[in-house]
Design a protein around this ligand. Structure first.
Ligand code: ADP
Ligand code: MG
Length: 342
């Protein structure tokens, strides 16, 4: 009797649904990702490794669209890619640019003026003579470099509407020192428009955070120990929503005939900046500013670069000198309690 009662009340469909529901709950396969979920993908654009990580999700479909943005911006802003807006401008195939490229050129002009020309977006005639990345690592002929130097100078550039004109026919633009920051900002806009609340955008050490970690805590961004072969961090800074951009001499560099050369050029000489800095990291809300300022400060050197940062609101910096001393701008340790490593 009791057996028949049990058999009557046993409903296989309900039982199976309950098991499935339990399995979904345990594995997070019902569209509800676990709280530690994240997706990360890496690709190569702008001569650099690009990694985008979305937190609190296991859906990576937006990342491919971020990579498409990188591809499109690179095709517009690259100095070397034939047919890009900057290439066409530099080769005088056109004098008109899109509104977005115009905005970036204007930002580049502002930082050129702000840094007194230590950052100069017209460094193109000099930077094109160097090769820090290819197989033919090149030190230019001194005569060619001094000739190229005569075409550098942001005051040779004027902007009227979407038209760009140069007072010197051989002046060339190079947006390499701000393009990655700008692209990171545009990727962040895209992710935020698509309801992403927690992400990191890493364009070759140019890092921009979207929000904080899913549990509300800060991201810990590592600042590399210069020349460390393992890329070990020397310190980490806790940030939410902000950008952390480093300009260092250890990534795009080479040695020839006992001489060390790196890719941040002094617009007064055309040669790599020769000061006691190994890297400058700038913390700012927008990555375009951080990218422009990290290059500007590197070129200005410790004293003038620090003075520039301290004169600006809501921007902080960490300078590492060749004795591996860490120098903080005013207020940095209070706003961003760093963790130091040996
Ligand atoms: P990274 O490209 O490693 O992030 P930066 O943001 O400092 O480093 O940019 C360096 C690039 O900017 C160089 O490869 C070159 O294209 C360009 N550049 C070099 N020196 C200067 C300068 N003084 N002002 C403006 N752009 C520069
Ligand atoms: Mg830069």
């Amino acid at each position: 009797m009791s057996v028949s009662f049990r058999l009557k009340s046993f409903r296989p469909a309900v039982f199976l649904s309950a098991i499935l529901l339990f399995l979904c709950f345990v594995s997070g396969a019902c569209g509800q990702p676990s709280k530690d979920a994240r997706v990360s993908r890496t690709s190569f654009f702008l001569n650099t490794v690009v990694t985008i990580t979305l937190y609190g999700t296991d859906d990576d479909s937006l990342i491919e669209e971020c990579f498409s943005l990188c591809r499109d911006y690179e095709a517009a802003l690259s100095r070397t890619m034939e047919g890009s807006e900057i290439y066409n401008l530099n080769h005088r195939n056109t004098d008109t640019v899109s509104s977005e490229t115009l905005a970036l050129i204007n930002t580049g002009l502002s930082y050129s003026a702000l840094s007194g020309g230590a950052f100069d977006l017209t460094i193109g005639s000099c930077s094109s003579l160097w090769d820090f990345t290819g197989e033919n690592l090149t030190v230019p002929e001194p005569a060619a470099l001094s000739e190229a130097l005569t075409h550098v100078g942001y005051e040779k550039l004027s902007v009227k509407g979407n038209q760009i004109s140069f007072s010197d026919d051989q002046t060339m633009l190079d947006l390499g020192a701000i393009a990655k920051g700008y692209i990171a900002d545009r990727i962040k806009d895209f992710l935020v428009e698509n309801q992403v609340a927690s992400a990191t955008i890493d364009l070759g050490g140019n890092i921009l955070c979207v929000g904080s970690k899913p549990d509300g805590s800060d991201f810990n961004i590592g600042i590399q120990k210069p020349f460390d072969p393992q890329g070990t961090p020397m310190l980490t800074v806790p940030v939410s929503g902000w950008s952390v951009v480093t300009s260092g001499i250890y990534e795009r560099s080479f040695e020839k005939d006992g001489q060390f050369y790196h890719h941040i050029l002094n617009p007064a000489t055309g040669y790599p900046c020769d000061n006691n800095l190994l890297s400058v990291t700038v913390l700012s809300e927008h990555s375009t500013d951080g990218d422009a300022l990290s290059t500007s400060c590197f070129s200005l050197g410790l004293t003038d670069g620090m003075a520039l940062i301290d004169s600006l609101e809501d921007v902080y910096a960490i300078f590492i000198t060749d004795d591996y001393e860490i120098h903080y701008s005013k207020g940095l340790p209070e706003h961003f309690p760093v963790t130091l490593y040996d």
